[in-house]
Ligand binder design. Sequence first.
Ligand SMILES: [Zn+2]
Ligand SMILES: [Zn+2]
Length: 239
Amino acid sequence: MIKKIGEPNTYLFHVHTYRCKHAGSEKDEDYILKALQMGAEKISFTDHAPFPGNPFGNRMDIEQLDEYLSTLKALRKKYFEQIKIEIGLEAEYIPAFKYYYKTLLKDKKLDYLVLGQHMFFDGIDYSFSWTAEKKNAEEHTGLVNSMIEGIETGFFKYVAHPDRAFRRLKVWTPQAEELSKKLIEAAVKAQIPLEKNLSSMEKPHNFRPEFWSLVPENHPVIYGVDAHSTAEFERIAKK
Ligand SMILES: [Zn+2]
Ligand SMILES: [Zn+2]
């Protein structure tokens, strides 16, 4: 989870909060206390980013954003001497919101954005991966192309679960191989880390060894817990 290689359980990346509407009801502070109990040196909150006008469900509303930031900032102050707290958001790259990403980073002073492509803009409409009736191929292509565009903007610190784009595939295909290569090439060029998502490893076809076998050995990799409850947080982080 974590990492610093060789110092397991010290950096806890990719933690969600109750605001996303699909997580446990624990408060932000509970995750921090759990992290301290686990001996962590750093915890990174990257809840699902809201977007202006709330076009997507299953995440905090845009009206909650300031509260999310101020609560975590207050906790960062409170625990300053015990643990490093990073305040970020996990966001899809959707070109129409280019200005918004800048606002989050500059005006809202977010520590960073993580690229988590759960849907994409196909020029006509937003495609939601969890309800997609689109064909697999179309979905992989849309998600991967959006991630590549997102990587190239420089707005994002790392790419969350890049291989999850292929979760509907029971069997790896030549097309998946080609798309993976394109995505990895973009990440290498931008020197942006790729996240091995520990939560993906618990779900069938979400974590793809076929993808990771294409990633050069020296490319930076982050291990994200992607936790949506403190129980999950502890269980996954102990892997
Ligand atoms: Zn989530
Ligand atoms: Zn995600």
